[in-house]
Design a protein around this ligand. Structure first.
Ligand code: PLP
Length: 376
């Protein structure tokens, strides 16, 4: 099997699974109990937080909480910050549904929500961004770090710096799910940052939110008061320990180099084939590559490759059911026919050059055969 849908989820590393096993069957206690077994666990959770924050070169100071998913962390970041007196709120058109749908909801409730368009490369249009922040009435901004659809990378620190020049009190959130553990991240000007474990070979059902100032965030679910009363619910200790192990052992630089070389090969192989367009640039994350095929449907190609044990996607898992529709590619100005014929290939540290060579050969063959069969 060749699995190239790693932006959707990744295979859990065996060592991570082993670390987790211990906390399922040995140290299975509830960290909130008052006996020492539990207080030991509480300490380990704090250490896990430090381990995650080390990747941002930040010390733990009540500034990270674990959640049940990145979706939850995104919802918490936005809904936990929103106040009724908020003025303008900015989102990008490239956001994952766990941000975009929250934004749409806020707009329906009457908030002054503005969606920023993307440029041709899939990043937030910088001119539009400056125009919107320069009105000096912006309260909250959410702009993702790396696009789960195209791999486009927003310079979030620069954007936050510009925004705060005009709006010193505005809160800047970024969804870093496709960035954490894959590219170096610095959070200098960022107030809230969402991350996830299952995109980097950790377990599903665990996300985290970096919170510069936890006093500014209110809970969106109420309960026993865990996680500084911001996220009640018994902590998912096995997943937290798995996330911690990953955060400590991840080799961002080495993995990036490998994946970049795989992307370069793919670009070299596919870019000269008539009818194939790579919706990527050199500065995109090499982990996610969007490709368009003229005159065929991306969905048909996905199934043709599936017959040969190669697994890719037509777009992000959440939107792949609505065929021919892709809010993000559409906003980038890609034409409808190319959107219908688009696929997403996403790599990971375990992807090999042999797999990419096979993928390229098979996808070219499948495309040529499909065009012949359809007579297009
Ligand atoms: N944000 C981005 C950029 C994502 O790619 C994903 C998952 O696809 C999420 C948020 C949501 O993650 P989860 O489904 O784990 O909550």
């Amino acid at each position: 099997m060749i699995y190239l849908d790693n932006a959707s989820t990744t295979k859990v590393d065996l060592e991570v699974a082993k670390v987790m096993e211990k906390y399922f069957v040995e140290e299975f206690y509830n960290p909130s109990a008052i006996y020492y077994l539990s207080s030991n666990l509480k300490e380990k959770i704090d250490l896990a937080k430090q381990q995650v924050l080390n990747n941002f070169k930040i010390d733990y100071n009540n500034n990270l909480i674990f959640t049940g998913s990145a979706t939850e962390a995104n919802n918490l970041a936005i809904l936990g910050s929103i106040k009724s007196n908020f003025k303008k709120i900015l989102f990008s058109m490239g956001e994952h549904p766990s941000v975009y749908n929250v934004a749409k909801n806020l707009k329906e409730k009457g908030y002054n929500v503005v969606f920023l368009n993307l440029d041709k490369s899939g990043k937030v249009d910088i001119n539009e961004f400056i125009k919107e922040v320069s009105t000096k009435d912006v309260s909250f901004i959410s702009i993702m770090h790396v696009s789960n659809e195209t791999g486009a990378i927003n310079n979030i620190n620069k954007l936050a710096e510009i925004a705060k020049e005009y709006n010193p009190n505005c809160i800047f959130h970024s969804d870093g799910v496709q960035a954490y553990g894959k590219i170096n991240v610095s959070l200098n000007n960022i107030d809230l940052y969402t991350i996830s474990a299952h995109k980097i070979h950790g377990p599903k059902g665990i996300g985290a939110l970096y919170i510069k100032d936890y006093k500014k965030l209110k809970p969106i679910i109420n309960g026993g008061g865990q996680e500084l009363n911001i996220r009640s619910g018994t902590e998912n200790v096995p997943a937290i320990m798995g996330f911690s192990y990953l955060s400590k052992n991840i080799n961002i630089k080495e993995n990036f180099k490998l994946v970049q070389s795989l992307k370069d090969y793919m670009v070299m192989k596919l870019s000269n084939i008539e009818g194939i367009t790579l919706n990527t640039t050199e500065s995109n994350s090499p982990y996610i590559i969007s490709i368009s095929f003229d005159k065929i449907r991306g969905e048909t190609l996905v199934h043709k490759l599936e017959e040969q044990d190669i697994f890719i996607s037509t777009g992000s898992a959440c939107s792949s059911k609505k065929l021919g529709e892709n809010r993000i590619l559409e906003n980038m100005g890609i034409d409808k026919q190319k959107i219908i014929g688009s696929i997403r290939v996403s790599l990971c540290k375990n992807t090999t050059l042999d797999e990419i060579k096979i993928f390229c050969d098979k996808v070219i063959d499948a495309y040529i055969n499909l065009k012949e069969t359809l007579g297009v």
